[in-house]
Design a protein around this ligand. Structure first.
Ligand SMILES: Cc1cc2nc3c(=O)[nH]c(=O)nc-3n(C[C@H](O)[C@H](O)[C@H](O)COP(=O)(O)OP(=O)(O)OC[C@H]3O[C@@H](n4cnc5c(N)ncnc54)[C@H](O)[C@@H]3O)c2cc1C
Length: 409
């Protein structure tokens, strides 16, 4: 099998890149290990700039026609006070909210749209297990199907979009620099009642635990945040203790925690934050979680993977159409995306240090730090970190490209 670009991994990063390249007429093969796109508790938080990108490629209406919810503001609550930290109307976007859409529906929409272009091929399910190398240059991948078959895909460029445990990154010998966020998260859902107030969404801090409550069409998605590596302890204390702790952190959930009957209803997210020093080698580029894992603070992971895909398409489409992917352009993608990633990871680190670590310390009552309380009381100061987290750094826009005209094989 041959293509100008082989993308490993149909997550948000890989599927957006595959769609954009196919739309521009680049022959592209997207390889996905899983038989479907179902992902429980993954990044479902589409930020305003992501919806603007989807509008630019005429997909926003299709996405918004699917069942979703909109988060327009985010509130922090401690046992003593309530503070509004974010109102997404300040972004000035035509989509002034976070669109909560199951990631599987987002990816299906992108892949279905990509299938309309003759230069797009999907290889699924197939797991990439080896790189094809010629004179030190990556020339494609070898993948294995569940029925025992093997397929070789030869390509000018291979893009690793295969997530935080990237096989391609390991095969290419690229290392990551890790920092250690102070928390892990259990994700689960709780029933949503028609009488629930809209402002139930938000962050609840206190008693050594944090609850992050996100609104879905028929349920609440809840993140139970606890100190790093304490899952064994949480589990040993038992489900009843977990339910009690949830109800203590947000008393409005006391009437429905009993819907948690089994540990299989909760998914553990081991929180990581990391980035690679090098994102590219001859013939190979890393994007999304394969290049950088973002802390969950601000829900930026999916949005950053998509922005990487857009920058990759902007920088590489013309070269790929000519059958080239020079290393200097791969480095250009890294340069454009590395600084925004570092800045956001720094902001997330500060939030983890001054808010999350303090709130997870059960030995003393949590109080919002004075500096933060002051910043939250001044609109302009409140908006700066919000704009950085939500809008990203350096506004990523899609370069104007003509739509697929069957320009290459
Ligand atoms: C529990 C959980 C909750 C999260 N919550 C949020 C959130 O609320 N907001 C947010 O923004 N982010 C969140 N994230 C992070 C977000 O999901 C990721 O940042 C985002 O999905 C990264 O996209 P990606 O395309 O880089 O990689 P991924 O989404 O990880 O996709 C990688 C794809 O590659 C495939 N793959 C892997 N190996 C191979 C192989 N060898 N061959 C072929 N295919 C392969 C995988 O099956 C997968 O489909 C969460 C993550 C987790 C784990």
């Amino acid at each position: 099998m041959e293509a100008r670009c082989c993308i490993v991994g149909a997550g948000p990063g890989g599927s957006v890149l595959a769609f954009l390249l196919a739309r521009a007429g680049v022959s592209v093969v997207l390889v996905e290990a899983h038989a479907d796109f179902e992902r429980k508790f993954r990044g479902d938080t589409l930020h305003p700039p992501t919806m603007e990108l989807m509008q630019a490629v005429s997909l926003s209406d299709r996405l918004l026609a699917l069942p979703h919810s909109k988060i327009r503001a985010f509130t922090l609550r401690t046992p003593r006070e309530t503070l509004q930290t974010a109102n997404f109307s300040v972004t000035g976007s035509p989509f002034p909210y976070i669109t909560m859409l199951p990631q599987a529906r987002f990816i299906e929409t992108l892949v279905e749209a990509a299938k309309k272009f003759p230069t797009f091929q999907l290889v699924q399910p197939a797991s990439v297990e080896a790189l094809i190398l010629e004179n030190g240059q990556v020339k494609g991948v070898r993948c294995h199907h569940p029925d025992g078959r093997t397929t070789e895909i030869h390509s000018t460029l291979t893009v690793a979009a295969d997530g935080r445990s990237s096989t391609v990154r390991r095969l290419a010998g690229i290392e990551t620099i890790k920092t250690s966020p102070p928390m892990d998260v259990l994700w689960f859902t709780l029933p949503r009642h028609s009488t629930d107030p809209e402002d139930m969404a938000g962050g609840y801090l206190g008693r050594g635990r944090i609850l992050v409550v996100l609104e879905r069409p028929n349920e609440w998605q809840v993140g139970y945040v606890f100190p790093k590596h304490a899952f064994q302890k949480v589990r040993a204390e038992g489900l009843e203790a977990l339910k009690k702790s949830i109800a203590e952190t947000n008393s409005r959930f006391a009437d429905r925690v009993d819907s948690l009957k089994d540990w299989s209803q909760v998914a553990l997210l081991s929180v990581e934050s990391s980035r690679c020093k090098e994102w590219a080698k001859p013939g190979l580029l890393l994007i999304g979680d394969a290049a950088h894992v973002m802390s969950p603070v601000g829900g930026v992971g999916i949005n950053y993977a998509i922005q990487d895909a857009v920058v990759t398409a902007n920088v590489l489409t013309e070269s790929l159409l000519k059958g080239e992917a020079p290393l200097r352009l791969l480095h250009q993608v890294q340069r454009k995306r590395q600084l925004p990633t570092k800045i956001i990871q720094f902001i997330q680190g500060q939030f983890q240090k001054f808010i999350i670590s303090q709130a997870l310390d059960s030995s003393r009552p949590f109080q919002i730090p004075k500096a933060m309380r002051f910043a939250l009381s001044v609109p302009i100061l409140r908006e700066i970190p919000l704009r950085l987290l939500i809008k990203g750094i350096g506004n990523v826009h899609l370069k104007k490209q003509s739509v697929n005209s069957n320009r290459n094989a």
